[in-house]
Write a protein of this length. Sequence first.
Lengths: 295, 252
Amino acid sequence: MDDSDAQERGPRMLPQTETGNPNRESVAVTPLLEVADVRHEVRGERQKTTNLILSDVSLRARAGEFISIVGPSGCGKSTLLNLISGLAKPTGGTIKIEGQQVTGVRPDVGFIFQQDALLPWRTAAENVQLALKFRGVPKAERRQRASEWMDRFGLGALHERYPREMSGGQRKRAAIAATLVYEPRLLLMDEPFSALDVQTRDFIETDVLSAWSQTQGQTALFVTHDLEEAIALSDRVIVMSQSPGTIVSDYPVDIPRPRNIMDVRTTEHFQDLHKTIWADLRKQVLAGAAPGKGQ
Amino acid sequence: MRPSVKAAVALADVATVAGVIALWQSDSAATASYLSKPSAVFAAIKVWLTNSTLLGYIPVTLWEAAAGMLIALAAATVIASLLAASSRAASIFEPFMALGNAAPRIALAPLFLLIFGTDLKSKVIFVATSVVFIPFFSIFRALTTVDQDLLNNARCLGAGRFAIVREVYIPAVTSSVVASLRVTVAFSLLTAILAEYLASQEGIGYEIQQAQNNLQANYAIAGVVIIALIAVIIDMALRLIERRALVWRDPS
């Protein structure tokens, strides 16, 4: 049912929304996101020591790119998203979105968390409307817009459900709809599917990818520890080192779009890419796990 | 519970009550002087509900409990919000609240009556100060343990300070207050009766005390029965409210 839905919208998927195409690189003068020499330290538990979480992270993202960040656990990839979202401030370096320095949470950035953070006392529909409510959108309009997004994510029959009455996959869909409803320019995702079973994950990824491809150049930054997922979704896969995290490599993923999440993994090209990137990622994982270096 | 099981439980309840009353009624005259008899208690309840003076005592007690409880809820909200907003203030004052909560406050009732007199106002103050700790701790805990993910998510969705209070903090606090309301109500009634019992000119507690002085155990027990019935009715109403207000919660 998800597939037919995507096909139905097929004609609207104009070539210029199929991004990640290097030929159009020259269009964007300022990158949508620019992370320059970011380092981040946090105070240790006894307040005396500081832990370096990120060191010299630099990264640029164009409008319309889908970028995944992979790395060993504890490498600071979630911290990087927190800094970009404006929820936390880096101790060094700059983060700019559309040329403006990030000083706090921005209305054109969306963040989908690992844990579903729906308000438990609000129904699914109310949760999906929240961002519009915060933006002062009139009631009738926000109800309609939320309803459209809920339909796209297969939540049409669940408007009046409270989060506890929904499955993990349904809650995740609601959380995604709640973020996409205000059409952020930059979409941050922090291991959003790690708690889901494989089938549910494939379905939701398909819907997310289809929603993203229909936007006018939404940039997605996707943190995961699952390399297959990263390659299947992205235009670029960035590998981070073990802690303190820094970017060690940046691989373009030249698999044509639209992609079928479920089939793409079986192609030879995918497997070659996976082999190459995994060889790199594996080094980082092993370096983190080496005796004396573990945390 | 299956309906048949439910009926059996209800039947067992009725049988237990009937058994106790029968045993009590058949008791020898030896204990009757201070334990009275169900028939006498029943007669006393009848008088209580027909005599205008005694009947008027019921709203007096309820009013003291209700006013005291509302003041306690308001004060608890203010104090808990202030302490939750400032971790420094919390580290200074929370131990005092814990001390106040642990102290046998009821033992201080005579002192209260000395300071504030024996009128209605002093009962209200006594109820409020005795009860305030229950909602305080439930509100304080609710405010300080609000899920960080909920706050971050709300911020990312564009909630300002005011919107976060409205959408996250107030619902979190409301649910914890509702959940602790039954204990708060029961304790308010208890302390109101106690204050009346110690020194007053009216109220159910006053009548219980008078009856005991006059060796009219049946009137004292009638007072206890009446207040217990009222408490049960309020409790049932609160359960209903709780279920309505907390539909979003896991059925407990």
